[in-house]
Structures are given as C-alpha cells and as structure tokens.
Design a protein around this ligand. Structure first.
Ligand code: SF4
Length: 272
C-alpha cells in the first residue's frame, strides 16, 4: 500500500522522506526531533510508516500483506511499519515488541485487530486510559488517554523475532518519539524485549540506568532518574508486564487482574 492512498493508518504523503538504511533512519528521526512538538511527532509518525531500512522485514511484511490469512482474504492489508498511537503529552508509554503479522500489519494501527489487542485495550479502558474497550480497526474512533503506545520494532517480523541488527536499526524511531514527548513519567513494557529496548532508549535520553541492569519480570519496577543538571524531563518509572499474547492469556500466565494491577500502578506513578 503506497503512502498517501487514504489508508486509515497512513500519515505519510509523497513528500515524506523514506529511510532505506540505518543511517537514514537516524537522519530522518533526528530531523523530526529538530522540528519538535506536535509537528515533529507527526513528521516522525509519517516517516516511520514508509521506512524500508530492514530488507528482511520489508520483504516479510509485504509478503504477509499479499498472501493474507484466509479469514482476512477479502481485506486490504497495511503491510508497512506502524506509527505510535496516543497523544504527545502522554505521561504513560506502553512499549510492545513489534506489530503482529495479522494484527497491526493488517489494520495499520498498533495493537489493533487481534486477541492481544482485545486484552490490552479492554484493560486500558478499565483503567481509564482509553475511550473504548476494543481496538478493531484504524478508523474505529478509539483514543488513548494520557497514554501512548509504541514498539521496539515497527515492522512485523517472521515468528515475532526481530534480529539484534533490526532492533538496533529501528531504535532511533522510538528514541526520537520519546525525546519529543516531554511529560513521560511511566514506561510500561510488554515482555522482556520491550523492557530491554526501553532501558536502552531511556539511557540514550539521559536517564540513569542502575547497575546491575534491572531485570524484567511481571510487575517489576525500576526508577530511572535524570541527573538534575539535565532536568527538563521527569524521572521515569519502568514497569514490567507480561505480554498479552495468546500464549500468555490462554495459559493463565497473564490474567486480567494482573494486567489491571500494572496499569493501576502506572496511573498512580504518573499522578493521574
Ligand atoms: S523495522 Fe524499523 S527500521 Fe526496520 S524497516 Fe521497519 S520501521 Fe524501518
């Protein structure tokens, strides 16, 4: 699906720069930061959704969008990287791993159109952090409140496993996204991949990461302060949460009360 075609999740147009290398990602993301504010975030979102810097992931996301799952055979697939979702002044950021091949890669919006999305958005709604309890498609009117969702890798990876090189190539998008957001106080990470990506991102933004590195676990917490000399950003509380994958929710490894408890803690730590 080329940019500027009116796709609900499409924020790019023909003038949006297309990053084709890791250096290109860094350059385009840095330009969005220099723009700053809402315009900078809009530029970042648009540029991220046309990125082609990881050949393996570009091929996979586009192949999935053509072959399709049989139950979605009549639907168009987005088949591109995803933007984050939620307001610039969010105090809470939820970090996932990467889009699901048949979820976000199909619908064009993060955590939209699959069982994991059902779980997460229902919990966000219960916590007062989303206007609706469902996230079905990019035009469903869902809005996040005080919260933005983003991901460590923006293209759907085969077997949900990006390589370390793909993770590192994609990292500047999220670093720039958080740099543009001045009010983030809590980062909720869904799974250990998101935890590690968030630690790297926050360290890049000047937060102090304790040694030894805090370990991921459900309800794990780590306070990542900013040195007073570099104030201008609040300290951030990192919160771990098991990923609402079907594997975790079907087996009871993650229950609704467990998810609710993490989001309640996030609200409290964000002074909401
Ligand atoms: S994973 Fe990230 S860096 Fe790689 S192509 Fe997708 S958006 Fe670009």
């Amino acid at each position: 699906m080329p940019p500027g075609t009116g796709w609900p999740g499409d924020q790019a147009d023909d003038t949006t720069p297309v990053a084709t290398t890791a250096a290109g990602v860094r350059r385009v993301a840095a330009a969005a930061v220099r723009t700053g504010g809402a315009d900078g975030l809009a530029a970042l979102d648009a540029a991220a959704t046309v990125c082609r810097a990881c050949p393996r992931l570009v091929a996979w996301r586009e192949e999935v969008a053509v072959t399709k799952r049989a139950s979605y055979a009549d639907e168009p697939y987005f088949g591109r990287p995803l933007a984050g979702m939620g307001p610039l002044d969010a105090r809470i950021v939820v970090v996932g791993l990467a889009p699901a091949a048949q979820g976000g890669n199909r619908t064009g919006r993060i955590f939209t159109g699959d069982r994991s999305a059902d779980w997460l958005h229902a919990a966000l709604h219960r916590a007062g952090l989303a206007t609706q309890a469902t996230s079905l498609h990019a035009g469903d009117g869902q809005q996040l409140l005080h919260t933005r969702m983003t991901m460590g890798v923006r293209c759907a990876p085969p077997a949900n496993k990006p390589t370390p090189a793909e993770r590192d190539t994609c990292a500047p998008w999220m670093t720039a996204e958080l740099r543009l957001m001045p009010d983030v106080r809590v980062v909720v990470t869904l799974g250990s991949f998101g935890w590690d990506v968030a630690l790297r991102t926050l360290r890049d933004l000047g937060h102090v990461v304790p040694t030894p590195k805090p370990r991921f676990g459900h309800a794990a917490e780590a306070l990542l302060p900013v040195p007073r000399a570099g104030a201008g950003r609040p300290d951030v509380l990192l919160l771990g949460c098991f990923h609402p994958s079907q594997q975790n929710t079907f087996t009871g490894r993650l229950t609704e009360p467990m998810l609710d408890a993490v989001l309640t803690r996030a609200r409290e730590a964000a002074d909401l």
